[in-house]
Design a protein around this ligand. Structure first.
Ligand code: SF4
Length: 179
C-alpha cells in the first residue's frame, strides 16, 4: 500500500471521508487571525488549547514549514441548537484525535491534528495549558494557530462563508499535518 493510501485508509477507518491533500506551503498564516482571537472571541483566555495558550504567529509559521504533507477535513452541518452543536463538535474532535494517534502508532511521529472547533472535551475547561485535564487528546483549531482558514480552504475549492445566523450551514475544517 502506498503511503498516501495508508494515510487515507486510517482517516476513512474513523469515518472521515471528505478530505483533500494540501501542500503545507499553501497554508496561509496571518497576524489578523490572532487579532480576531484576542479581540472578539469569547474563548480567548478561557480554553486551554486556544490563544494565548498557543504559539506566537511566527512560531506557527515555523511549525507548518516543518511539514511537506497535510490534509484538510471538511465538515458540513446545520445545527441550530447550541448544545447539540457542541455535542456534535466534541464527537468529531474525539474521532480526529484517534486519527492522529493511529497515525503516530503507524510510524508517523510528526502527525498532528488540528480540531474543527474549539476543544470542549470537558464540561468545564481551564484557562491555562498546563492545567488541561486531557492534554493527550486536546488540540488547537487551525484558527488558534493563526491559519487564515477562509483563504486556505478556498484554494482547494472548498466552501466557506461568514455565518450570520445559527441556522446557516456550517463549513468547518480540521487540518492534519503528517510526514
Ligand atoms: S481537554 Fe478539557 S481542559 Fe483541556 S482544552 Fe479541552 S476542554 Fe479544556
Amino acid at each position: 500500500m502506498t503511503r498516501i493510501k495508508r494515510l487515507e485508509t486510517i482517516a476513512r477507518h474513523h469515518g472521515f471521508t471528505d478530505f483533500k491533500w494540501i501542500d503545507p506551503k499553501a497554508i496561509i498564516v496571518s497576524q489578523w487571525v490572532r487579532m480576531k482571537c484576542e479581540y472578539g472571541c469569547p474563548n480567548y483566555g478561557r480554553i486551554a488549547s486556544c490563544p494565548p495558550n498557543t504559539p506566537t504567529v511566527e512560531e506557527c509559521r515555523r511549525f507548518f514549514a516543518e511539514y511537506h504533507t497535510g490534509m484538510v477535513f471538511h465538515f458540513q452541518q446545520v445545527i441550530k441548537d447550541t448544545r447539540k452543536r457542541r455535542a456534535w463538535s466534541t464527537k468529531v474532535n474525539v474521532g480526529l484525535s484517534k486519527v492522529e494517534r493511529d497515525l503516530f502508532l503507524a510510524g508517523y511521529p510528526k502527525a498532528f491534528m488540528f480540531f474543527q472547533g474549539a476543544c470542549r472535551l470537558c464540561a468545564e475547561c481551564v484557562a491555562a495549558r498546563a492545567e488541561c485535564k486531557k492534554p493527550e487528546l486536546s488540540r488547537p483549531t487551525p484558527e488558534a494557530m493563526a491559519v487564515d482558514v477562509f483563504a486556505t480552504v478556498r484554494q482547494l475549492g472548498y466552501p466557506i462563508e461568514v455565518l450570520t445566523d445559527r441556522s446557516d450551514q456550517m463549513n468547518r475544517y480540521a487540518f492534519l499535518m503528517v510526514e
